[in-house]
Write a protein that binds this ligand. Structure first.
Ligand code: ATP
Length: 912
């Protein structure tokens, strides 16, 4: 069998392409039918054709990746230094410098690999799900398991998982820009097309990697994996994931300028040394190499990359899956979050509590989807079957419905739309068995629900051959289309005031509203379109559905308010429902709510004013979201926007941070978004903002910590030349300090937890430079403190008759211990480190300090190290002095922080 398929495929390649065959021909060629493939066959084909995956674009070879680590100006300077020391015959120095360069490349290589695989793992979390028909059953499978011959079902918002010949379609349009570059959606049909049709005009096919923008369809997969058109052009669907963000780019630019600065200072020092101080050229060369080497922050790129990668990994664990890395930084600047209501702020666990018919209002008991509950009329329990108009409304709600209820171990869940699920539960409470009813009155045609038109309609035939159209949707939409209403024993002209009054009443309890209506049509009707549900419908009833807010939403909204972020709710629900739910969640309290219809009438200027004042937007369509984002951005707001549908994609793309729903979101929304919320939960957004702010803080802390080491050591060397005394540190000693402090201590900062006030401060101004004036000052100030500490002890040692080697070893120890102390200062950007919290919350810090202590002891006492680095053993007295200098450094920097806090407070700046 396996063989036959291959043969068939080969033969097919020589005869007719799939698009030039009729749908039936294609199915018989692939030995499949509308019932789909069956178990055995699927496995065989999976073995035959392999997984439906594109072989990834060829990864760079590890060899190339390793050598790219050297492609960095800072490293060039080191390499030149190695050559110069070599020429001067200082082979040990050359060896150490070369060693540092290699170690640096290895660290960079490993970190980069780790970061890439972390991001790759995150990308995999977003893998595609596809709906197929197999063994006559509709089921959801991972997109990679699709095989040729599978019957695939597509709805708007889906990404097409394979190349598919259409069998059936309903209003289908597909965005093929990924494949053909054509930005307008293309309408599809199922009629066979001529053999010489170019790719862009093959209307009976849909291609892997394109997006369904409208309608729904059924088709047969004809090509998978690399055999698809997408695979043939050798592209990756996933976006290129560069490990960079605006901050990192700015740091790279900074690195280049820093190098220019370092070279300038080095040349200047060289001239001063040779011309004014009378050093020999060779000596001055060595000193200048030491200077250049001391000033270069070799560890910086690795620290930045790993901070980001670890942060993104943590965010994924918190259910926020980052698709576009710059979003991590933008999160910290977000000033407005626009959130959907249903399922994001609320639980999406719907229960019908009220049913209104033209003459009566019933209350229904029970919670969740468990189908047990009673009907009450005027506080008296009643039997639903005594009220035929109630039964009709419930029948319509069950038939015009795609959801399925499932029971497992006594707990009931919905497959499909929870709103529809709640109607099935209602039906079962009234004794209507959904499956039985759906078989008795089977469906012939349907118009699926979309947020844009806010209704769904079906055409059903009952056991007597009568055909009816049922429509269910937002009550205002349904009422407009009705001419009559169903009474106990017939119908009468619709009383619109009655219904509108009840809509408001139900909505003011925070319940969602939904109405059903019907119309009898002639028995030869086989299809329905929008024109069939425009008018002359008979209103059957209306439902009030509760959807309780998530407990954690209120907390998260309040957290956002504290963090200076305004939360706005944008929902398709009724304005009153939205207002009440908003109030319960502390959104838009005491402010007016605005509807989509009102938004449409506003010009841009009015809209800009409105978006500042209003927090609840109801009965909106996805198109309104784009206008809202644009208006907010025009007001200077940095906007995060949630969305799930295909029509939400433009708003998600436009928003500064687009957030797509992982569970109920379409592929189109996910692809447009920069972050996917795996649990669709609003509180995840607040968590992501917190994490985004933490990552940015930690990137800043990394820079703030690392640069003074370089600054301090450069100043030590420059001071030695200017003041004309022996070099307190040689180039290899400097490299030792640079490497070990960078790789051990600084990495500890990447694990730093969020600061206590991380969600109490306002959003960061996105235009603010990555380093504030204060931070630049801190780097310079700390450099001076470290230099001072080192030189004081250097001088003291020499005065007390110690050897130069011993004095140099003390200098190295002073800087390393000073850095350990400074690490404690840096754990909190501005907040005081004179607290017991300094000992908690970051165990990696202890590990790093422990490793550093061992390394520094080896550097000082192990003969082999003494030989390479020209070090000498230190006495306990030396260590006491070094330690005292460390404590002094810590206290002085704390004083500086305190002054800074005081100044900030006096200027009314936020406290961070
Ligand atoms: P949000 O945008 O916050 O997620 P939502 O999910 O309530 O809100 P929509 O799904 O656009 O927004 O629903 C808008 C209205 O359409 C609902 O208030 C309801 O009246 C109606 N509606 C919702 N789901 C269905 C459905 N499956 N069939 C028919 N009508 C529906």
């Amino acid at each position: 069998m396996d063989k036959e398929i291959t043969v068939k495929n080969e033969r097919f390649a020589m005869t007719l392409p799939w698009y030039a065959m009729s749908a039936d021909q294609v199915m018989s060629r692939l030995e499949t039918g509308k019932e789909g493939l069956s178990g055995n066959e699927i496995e065989k084909r999976l073995r035959e054709f392999g997984l439906n995956l594109l072989s990834a674009t060829k990864p760079r070879s590890p060899f190339v990746r390793f050598f790219l680590q050297f492609n960095n100006v800072l490293i060039y300077v080191l390499l030149v230094s190695a050559v110069i020391t070599g020429i001067l015959g200082h082979w040990v120095d050359t060896g150490v410098i070369a060693g540092v360069v290699v170690i640096n490349a290895i660290i960079g290589f490993i970190q980069e690999g780790k970061a890439e695989s972390a991001l790759e793992a995150i990308r995999k979390m977003l893998s595609l799900e596809a709906t197929v028909i197999r063994n006559g059953q509709r089921m959801s499978i991972p997109g990679e398991e699709i095989v040729p011959g599978d019957i695939v079902s597509l709805v708007s918002g889906d990404r097409v998982p394979a190349d598919i010949r259409l069998i059936d379609e309903n209003n289908l349009s597909v965005d093929e820009s990924a494949l053909t570059g054509e930005s307008q959606p293309v309408a599809k049909h199922i009629d066979t097309i001529p053999i010489d049709t170019p790719l862009g005009d093959r209307f009976d096919m849909v291609y892997s990697g394109t997006l369904v923008t409208q309608g729904n369809a059924l088709g047969v997969a004809v090509a998978t994996g690399d055999k698809t058109e997408f695979g043939r052009i050798g592209q990756m669907i996933s976006d290129v994931r560069e490990i960079t963000t605006p901050l990192l780019q700015r740091i790279a630019v900074f690195g280049r300028w820093l190098t220019v600065g370092i070279l300038a200072v080095t040349v200047f020092t060289f001239l001063v040394g040779t011309v004014m101080q009378g050093y020999s050229m060779a000596d001055m060369f060595l000193i200048c190499v030491a200077l250049a080497v001391s000033a270069i922050p070799e560890g910086l790129p690795a620290v930045m990359t790993i901070t980001l990668a670890l942060g993104v990994q943590r965010m994924a664990r918190l259910n926020a899956i980052v698709r576009k890395l710059p979003a991590v930084e933008t999160l910290g600047s977000v000033t407005v979050i626009c959130s959907d209501k249903t399922g994001t702020l609320t639980k999406n666990e719907m229960t019908v509590q009220t049913v209104v018919t033209p003459d009566r209002t019933f209350e229904v008991t029970g919670t969740g989807y468990f189908p047990a509950g009673e009907f009450y009329l005027n506080h008296h329990m009643v039997e639903p079957y005594r009220y035929p108009e109630l039964e009709d409304a419930i029948h319509a709600a069950v038939l015009c419905n795609d959801a399925v209820l499932q029971e497992k171990d006594g707990s009931w869940t919905v497959v499909g739309d929870p709103t529809e699920g709640s109607l099935l539960t209602l039906g079962m409470k009234a004794g209507v068995e959904p499956n039985v009813q759906r078989n008795l009155e089977y469906r012939l045609s349907s118009i699926p629900f979309e947020s844009g038109h806010r209704f769904m309609a079906t055409l059903n035939q009952d056991s007597q051959g009568n055909r009816y159209i049922f429509i269910k949707g937002a009550p205002e939409t349904v009422i407009d289309r009705c001419s009559d209403e169903r009474t106990e024993d017939g119908k009468r002209p619709i009383d619109r005031d009655y219904w509108h009054h009840h809509i408001r009443e139900i909505a003011s309890n925070g319940q969602r509203t939904l109405a059903v209506a019907a119309r009898k049509v002639s028995p030869d009707t086989t299809e329905i379109g929008f024109a069939d549900v425009e008018h002359d419908l008979v209103m059957l009833g209306m439902f009030g559905i509760i959807d309780p807010p998530r407990e954690e939403s209120l907390l998260a909204v309040n957290q956002c308010h504290h963090a200076g972020i305004v939360v706005k709710m944008i929902t398709g629900d009724h304005v009153e429902t939205a207002r009440v739910i908003g109030e319960r969640l502390n959104i838009g309290v005491g402010k007016p709510a605005v509807t989509g219809a009102e938004l449409e009438k506003m010009d841009d200027e009015t809209l800009r004013r409105t978006v500042e004042e209003v927090d609840v937007f109801a009965r909106t369509s996805p198109e309104h979201k784009l206008r809202l984002v644009e208006a907010l951005q025009a007001n200077g707001e940095i906007t995060a926007m949630t969305g799930d549908g295909v029509n939400d994609a433009p708003a998600l793309k436009r928003a500064n941070v687009g957030l797509a729903m992982g569970e109920k979101g379409t592929e189109a929304a996910k692809e447009a978004a920069s972050i996917v919320l795996a649990d669709d939960n609003f509180s995840t957004i607040a968590g992501a903002v917190r994490e985004g702010r933490r990552i940015y803080d930690n990137l800043q802390k990394g820079i703030l910590f690392l640069l003074p080491t370089n600054g301090g050591m450069s100043l030590v060397v420059i001071a030695a030349v200017l003041l004309d005394f022996a070099l307190p540190l040689t180039s290899k000693q400097i490299l030792w300090i640079n490497m070990i402090t960078a790789t051990t201590l600084c990495l500890a900062l990447t694990f730093e937890r969020p600061e206590a006030n991380v969600m109490d401060r306002p959003p960061r101004d996105p235009k603010a430079p990555p380093l504030t004036l204060y931070m630049v000052w801190r780097i310079i100030f700390t450099s001076f403190i470290l230099m001072l500490a080192a030189l004081l002890l250097f001088d003291w040692e020499l005065r007390n008759g110690q050897s130069l080697q011993a004095a140099q070893t003390v200098v190295a120890a002073t800087i390393v211990v000073g850095q350990m102390a400074y690490l404690l200062n840096c754990r909190f950007l501005r907040a005081s480190s004179l607290t017991f919290r300094i000992f908690r919350g970051n165990t990696t810090m202890y590990v790093a300090i422990g490793i550093l202590v061992v390394l520094q002891l080896m550097y000082t006492y192990v003969p082999w190290f003494q030989e390479i680095f020209d070090t000498a053993p230190l006495s306990p007295k030396d260590w006491i002095l070094v330690f005292a200098m460390g404590v002094a450094t810590f206290l002085i920097i704390e004083m500086d922080k305190a002054i800074e806090r005081w100044l900030a407070k006096r200027n009314g700046e936020p406290d961070f």
